[in-house]
Design a protein around this ligand. Structure first.
Ligand code: SAM
Ligand code: SF4
Length: 475
């Protein structure tokens, strides 16, 4: 029978599953990728329109090296056009690794008896945050296993504790969460605590494959997980992050799964996800995955470029799971946020190496263990603009309003100036002399390239205020 996409149109309904694997596979198997179509699709994305499943399949099916280069170039152009050269920085903070699920890829799985289980005490949490503030961090993501101890109320308490820690000029201004899916009430509870983004990764969008990797616990239920961020939206938490764990199943399918998830949100809530994550599987204690689907570096670059083009307005997160070299390379194809100075062992930010007797407390092995200072220095060296900006969500510019990104000039008016102000704070409070010198030159260059005189004069005024000790100034 001939492929007829109409036959698959699942009517998007709030809180109802929306993935049909046959539909996704039919797009992959039946979409032709000619030179003309690839160029048309790239042009559509550069005009800042989200791509359809079919458009995305055109890019996925392009295998001619010349066309792949054009796709990568398109992603680069789009990134420059929409995001400028800002890179937002954050750090993950693992709070507890108790877990009742049995995910075959994860070091925290309940059957991994070698894992040392730990939950940070309140004092330990405070010490971790102080250590992170001492490095200059302003944005954290709290990470948890799935366990009854980590209730919404418990997470909300942690969030309040983190916001309350102020050391020197340090403070955390945005706390994001990566934890188990909650019910609507639970999402309301964490929203009221003032969280930024709530991330839940689907891991794989293929229901049958999903079953093979999730052997026990609540996470076994594919559809409950698939609709988790619908529940967040119902709770008024419109700042959500989606992701797939690349290496569990065919990457082409997962890319379309993420686009399908995005258009489900748009259809039901009139807003896309705030961020896309695309972790690749890393080695972990007790891991058991099928190597057939592991994603090569080359495929990884391709899929990031395709995602960038497919969902032009959404932030893309690349973590220290990847090596410094890979991060350097793929950053230019559309990544807008990275972590820096990352440690995954519980308590490791405030404990010295010698103090740590906590072997096997990490979820998986990371590949980029450089300090935040080193990462910032390299970003500046490569003329990126490191940013710790948290202005949008603090001013209520989230969800639908965040789509104001589509309003011409938003980045120039808000994001670049805020990146400069937060970098200026970092330079005053935490950077070494050499990094600071280079960074002030980058800031000067950025300001010279700005064309709105009013913004420039306000910005210069605020930089002076920061030099005189004021903090937390933003547009
Ligand atoms: N326990 C919660 C959950 O599963 O959603 C949240 C935290 S989990 C620690 C965060 C994410 O880490 C998972 O969603 C998964 O995508 C990723 N992850 C798990 N094992 C991994 C591995 N071996 N390599 C890379 N990422 C992994
Ligand atoms: Fe638990 Fe999350 Fe790890 Fe699964 S991925 S075992 S739910 S911590």
């Amino acid at each position: 029978m001939k492929f007829n996409p109409e036959q698959y149109k699942i009517k998007d309904q709030r809180m109802e599953p929306f993935i049909d694997p046959d539909e996704i596979w039919d797009y992959i198997n039946n979409t032709k990728s000619t030179k003309e179509r690839v160029r048309e699709v790239i042009a559509k994305s550069l005009s800042k329109k989200r791509l359809s499943l079919e458009d995305t399949a055109v890019l996925i099916n392009a295998t001619d090296p010349e066309l792949i280069e054009e796709i990568k170039q398109g992603a680069k152009d789009l990134k420059t056009k929409i995001y400028g050269n800002r890179i937002v920085l954050f750090a993950p903070l693992y709070v507890g690794n108790k877990c009742t699920n049995n995910c075959k890829y994860c070091g925290f799985r309940t059957t991994n008896k070698d894992a040392v289980r730990k939950t940070l005490s309140n004092n330990e949490l405070i010490s971790e945050v102080e250590a992170l503030e001492d490095n200059g961090q302003k944005r954290l993501i709290l990470v948890y296993g799935e366990h009854r101890d980590y209730s919404p109320e418990y997470i909300a308490e942690n969030v309040k504790t983190v916001y309350g820690v102020k050391k020197g000029n340090g403070e955390i201004r945005r706390v994001n969460i990566n934890a188990a899916p909650l019910d609507i009430e639970g999402f309301k509870t964490v929203k009221d605590a003032g969280i930024g983004t709530y991330q839940v990764f689907q891991e794989t969008y293929h229901p049958e494959e999903y079953k093979k990797y999730h052997l026990g616990g609540k996470k076994k239920d594919f559809n409950y997980r698939l609709t988790s961020l619908d529940r967040a939206q119902e709770a008024g938490l419109d700042d959500v992050g989606i992701g797939a764990l690349f290496g569990l199943y065919d990457w082409r399918y997962e890319v379309l799964g993420m686009v399908r998830h995005t258009n489900h949100f748009e259809a039901c809530y009139n807003v896309g996800p705030h961020t896309l994550s695309f972790p690749r599987i890393k080695d972990a204690s007790s891991i058991d995955v099928n190597p057939d689907y592991l994603v090569s570096d080359e495929e990884f670059v391709r899929l990031i470029a395709i995602l960038r083009l497919a969902v032009p307005y959404t932030g893309m997160i690349l973590t220290a799971r990847e090596s410094a070299d890979v991060r350097r390379e793929v950053m230019e194809f559309g990544v807008s946020q990275i972590d820096g100075g990352t440690k995954l062992e519980l308590g490791a930010y405030h404990q010295s190496q010698n103090e740590e007797q906590n072997l096997n407390k990490e979820q998986f092995a990371i590949s980029d263990d450089r300090s935040l200072a080193e990462i910032i220095d390299e970003l500046i060296e490569n003329e990126y603009l490191p940013s710790f900006c948290t202005a949008c969500y603090r001013l209520g510019r989230t969800g639908e309003h965040f789509m104001e990104f589509s309003v011409p000039g938003f980045i120039k008016r808000f994001c670049t100036p805020n990146a400069i102000l937060t970098l200026a704070e970092y330079l005053q409070d935490y950077a070494n002399e050499e990094t600071a010198k280079k960074a002030w030159r980058v800031i000067d260059k950025e300001i010279k390239a700005m064309d709105n005189e009013k913004v420039v004069s306000q910005l210069k005024e605020r930089i002076e205020k920061i030099k005189n000790g004021e903090r937390d100034l933003y547009f």
